[in-house]
Design a protein around this ligand. Sequence first.
Ligand code: NAD
Length: 367
Amino acid sequence: MTQKILLLPGDGIGPEITAEAVKLLTVLRDRHGFDATWSSAPIGGAGYDAAGHPLPPATLEAAKAADAILLAAVGGPKYDSLPKELRPERGLLGIRAGLGLYSNLRPAILYPELADASSLKPDVVSGLDILIVRELTGGIYFGKRETGVETDYKVGSHVIPSARVARDTEAYSDFEIARIARTAFEAARLRGKRLCSVDKNNVLESSQLWREVVIEVSKEYPDVTLSHLLVDNAAMQLVRAPKQFDVLVTSNMFGDILSDIAAELTGSIGMLPSASLNERGQGLYEPSHGSAPDIAGLGVANPLAMLLSVAMMLRYSLGRSDLADRIQAAVKTVLAAGLRTGDIAKPGEARIGTAAMGDAVVAALGH
Ligand code: NAD
């Protein structure tokens, strides 16, 4: 069946890196039996310019009707003075909510050729390949919030007669934990078959339920080895010996923090793709970086995070892991050949532009 892809180029370097994704999709279609069609729609600042809203209704409708969505980036100084509800990032939040994207997959891969880019010692991170699965629509970021003045508020042995108090609530149901756990087990099955669940079950009730439910779900995946870590230890292990991990699964807030640590381990934001999936396996795929307004229009942006987002899309939504493997191998080949955009070049090293990097990946795909 022909797969439908929606392209959302967005702002800044977005259109430039989307052009490279289209180049890649075209070659996959014409030479590698990839049965797909694609169309584009505006989002973010481009949505505001075209239709007066960062998520025009027609864009959301097109997203709902697509099998997968490829988004480049949104935002830029031109839109900074707009009211909050019209800012480009509202387009992103709107599409995530509109599609019910509850699981966020963020790989952190450090190609041996780029090991110097990390702030950690090359032997600690060289060849790193881990995946963080973060729950995206529950937990403390979506729980009940309260702010107010309370009387006789207890702080240890103190009683404060009148205190300003703010509360956020971490709440998870077994339903939400089980579905993100399944996403993580499925992802682990496609990789090294090891899953580490991260929680704080020595303190939090919600984490105790988290661990219980993850263990229950693990019975459906006897081929995947499950382990557990407390979040403080997980953060420490990520910077001490990150290569011990394959897939990590965790709550919204812990995942927010751990996935940024993992991204920083690689030291190259222009290389990292991400995926957000819903219950139907429909996914939104995007680079982890922003719209880089400082280099927009110069033809120097690194398109690899975008091309690796195409690979994730093929693997997780379109059932073509074979083509995803091919793209990842092609990226390794171009890096091994010494091709570098400015963001990943060492001082004095030759640099190529966005289109040349896209061409190199396409050429390295083979036949
Ligand atoms: P950014 O990721 O856009 O840029 C940070 C730095 O990394 C810049 O120096 C930029 O030139 C560089 N960079 C980023 N991607 C690159 C690439 N592919 N190739 C080469 N260099 C690259 O983050 P920022 O500067 O904090 O934000 C800029 C705009 O992007 C803001 O409007 C912000 O709101 C938006 N933003 C959007 C997203 C998204 O669309 N998902 C994410 C983060 C930031």
